[in-house]
Design a protein around this ligand. Structure first.
Ligand code: TZP
Ligand code: MG
Length: 193
């Protein structure tokens, strides 16, 4: 049986994770809302903000801090109109052209997606690699969140290439000790900055 999402996330927070995104592609509204509320209750206790992936109804109903959308999801401009302007809005960059799209002005951070190929998401486009992070860094001042097969061994290089933050799934959630895994990544970030 899988481990409880809230417990694993709590361990990750104890290890140094300071922002959490919940991504549930296969749950209906009620199930997504229910786990989001449970997660938010725990995260509020630690003062850690929560972002919902690609579901405005869940994000709004749970009063989380933000929402993350991709290239083929709701438009950032529409989200800011329908929800409110202070919402933290993340937008995944899969293609260079997106950086020149008018939607960019409505975003608060950009996901570099994916940096490396990963088994966690099977519909990714060509991985950016370290050179891709540097390229995006040279084209925008927005905070860059690197995602895709990030772990303690490549964290240093990813940050040095120009990422501001890292989004990590398997290297933390799949680790035997999520707290220790998060702490190792956090250590590498500190070394790199
Ligand atoms: N978007 C691009 S890669 C990815 C998502 C959601 C999955 C990242 O997961 P992992 O396990 O950290 O590679
Ligand atoms: Mg999406």
């Amino acid at each position: 049986m899988g481990r409880d999402l809230v417990l694993v996330t709590e361990m990750a927070v104890k290890g140094g994770v300071d922002l959490v995104q919940i991504r549930e592609k296969h749950k209906d509204f009620a199930a997504f809302q229910s786990v989001t509320l449970r997660l938010k209750e725990m995260l509020d206790h630690y003062g850690v903000p929560l972002i919902v992936n690609d579901n405005l109804a869940v994000a709004r109903s749970c009063c989380v801090s933000g929402i993350h959308v991709g290239n083929s999801d709701m438009l950032p401009a529409d989200i800011k109109k329908l929800w409110h302007n202070d919402v933290l809005l993340g937008y995944s960059i899969e293609y260079e052209e997106q950086l020149f799209n008018s939607q960019i002005q409505h975003t608060d951070y950009l996901g570099v997606s994916p940096v490396f190929n990963t088994l966690t998401k099977n519909d990714t486009v060509t991985a950016w690699g370290l050179d891709g992070i540097s390229k995006i860094r040279s084209l925008t001042d927005k905070p860059l969140v690197a995602i895709g097969n990030i772990h303690a061994e490549n964290t240093y290089d990813v940050i040095r290439a120009g990422a501001d933050c890292l989004a990590v799934v398997s290297a933390i959630c799949g680790a035997e000790n999520p707290e220790q895994a998060a702490a190792e990544i956090r250590n590498q970030i500190e070394k790199a900055i």
